[in-house]
Design a protein around this ligand. Structure first.
Ligand SMILES: [Zn+2]
Length: 366
């Protein structure tokens, strides 16, 4: 038998392999160098923008000046960090009103929330990480104390019709939202207990204490009967009239949940809560004309009942109050289950012209 010399297969020549490895290493080294150079250039840019003398602030442009007392050197600190540097950070944030926890040198959720708030209020990237830029602003003369979003003062109280619930004296629907709280001394006209008043073969009432204005509850029942006649049943009302003090309780509970489960400061928890729970006084449920309509045991969004309501509620004087399309105007995330009674003379125009209540009053109100 012919013995073939023990040659490596083509392409596996050791010299070639070594050559390849060298080339790969060179490429990696070149890449690392490139990144370093880029970083240096960046650092230089940052340095150049940090001028030691105070500069005027033009409009929203923030000119950063370094406080010579700022702690140095300046490592990036983030959630989980601990030590003196974190203490300095906490103490500075506390002085400015962003942090209300203990100055304990532990960078936890509370410190992170405070950093995010500070960054938001100084036009910085709100990532909760204290890097070069955040640190520079934080310890500069440009760092300003926390600006609390003022609770919008209720605007001019409309004159309210005493006979027809939810209407002003000139017959327009009363607007209740974040900027327009329930008019002082607003009184419901004729609340009925829906658990006793409604035919519960037509609609399930989720709690024995749910109440609503008679005029709206009657319209609601007519609507459900017609829907059932069209083959759409299984209706439930899970919320109706709410007093201002009940709303306060809902609000407080949600704030507490956020503080406890998401490790938020009170201020952060309150602004998070405002995204989904109306401030006490600013909920339409105070009128006794708004109802949360659901299907027992399932999420309402996307159900055939939700589609039927979105299409037909207008004929009965109801409006689908918070839609995705109008989120920026209503200030509320879409709520496919929340319907407000305004009467057919208004609801049909709002449907036909595709106006949310804010837009409708802007166009037709006095
Ligand atoms: Zn609701």
């Amino acid at each position: 038998m012919n013995k073939r010399p023990n040659r490596p297969a083509p392409g596996t020549n050791p010299k070639k392999i070594i050559g390849l490895i060298v080339i790969v290493l060179l490429v990696i080294a070149a890449a690392v160098m490139a990144v370093r150079v880029a970083k240096l250039v960046d650092l230089t840019r940052v340095e150049m923008s940090l001028t030691p003398t105070p500069q005027p602030v033009y409009g929203n442009v923030m000119v950063v000046t370094i406080d010579p007392n700022a702690p140095t050197p300046a490592p990036v600190i983030r959630h989980g960090a601990q030590g003196e540097d974190v203490k300095n950070l906490q103490s500075r944030l506390k002085t400015l009103g962003y942090y209300d926890g203990e100055v304990d040198g532990q960078f936890g959720g509370g410190t992170r929330s405070a950093v995010v708030l500070f960054q938001q209020q100084h036009g910085l990237q709100a990532d909760g990480i204290v890097g070069e830029e955040t640190r520079a602003v934080l310890f500069s003369a440009q760092a300003h104390p926390i600006v609390l979003t003022p609770t919008p003062a209720p605007t001019a109280t409309p004159e309210v019709s005493s006979a027809i619930p939810g209407l002003t004296a000139d017959g327009m629907p009363i607007l209740v939202n974040r900027e327009h709280h329930l008019p002082d001394g607003y009184r419901t006209v004729d609340l009925v207990n829906m658990y006793e008043y409604c035919d519960r073969d037509v609609v399930k009432i989720k709690g024995s204490g749910i109440e609503g204005e008679r005029i709206a509850v009657d319209a609601l029942m007519d609507m459900f009967r017609d829907a059932i006649a069209e083959g759409i049943g299984n209706w439930q009302v899970s919320a109706g009239w709410r007093s201002v003090s009940y709303q306060q309780k809902l609000f407080d509970n949600q704030v507490y949940e956020y503080m406890k489960n998401n490790d938020m400061s009170r201020k952060t928890a309150e602004s998070a809560t405002r995204k989904t729970v109306a401030d006490p006084g600013s909920s339409e449920h105070h009128l006794g004309l708004a109802f949360d309509i659901t299907v027992p045991g399932v999420s309402f969004k996307g159900t055939k009942q939700a589609r039927w309501m979105a299409e037909n509620c207008w004929e009965y004087g109801f409006i689908l109050r918070y839609t995705e399309e109008k989120e920026s105007i209503t200030g509320f995330i879409a709520e496919p289950w929340h319907f407000r009674y305004v009467g057919v003379e208004h609801s049909l125009i709002m449907r036909d012209e595709n106006l949310c209540l804010e837009e409708y009053l802007e166009k037709y109100g006095s």
